[in-house]
Design a protein around this ligand. Sequence first.
Ligand SMILES: [Ca+2]
Length: 157
Amino acid sequence: MIRKLRRFVVVPVVLGLLATAPAVYGGLRWTGMDPGLTVNGHAINVHLEWPEEHTCSIRGPMQVAFGVPASADLGEIEESSGEFDCDRDGVLDVQLTTQSSVVEYNKKHDAVLVAARVKALARFPVRVLVYRDGEHVKTCRGVSNHVVKCPPVKLEQ
Ligand SMILES: [Ca+2]
């Protein structure tokens, strides 16, 4: 069941970078988007990341799904977007955005599920990092064009 959100906002991020600077991990330079949602007062932030070199093969929008407990108190979805320079001429020419959805599930778990998919013309690794109230709690890995699913993130520790 899809729950209609009471409010919807778009919060752009600067020039396609994460709120935090791109990081080097496993020999690759990662960049990404960072959509978020507040669930029962807990800020859930998702860092959806890919190797920077593949940015211009991505065909958006990037899909992010939040699975939340039934009757959860939801805040705003904060979408993420950025512009990228694909031909290195200094002029930004590709805009990528996230498109988040919220699915309510009826189990009693006090947890949030996150899944995401990056559609692209190339195959490359994708990482989904989940933060709860600013604390990194999960890193999930997959590849472009496939749904990357993260195990449940408990809302209460
Ligand atoms: Ca350009």
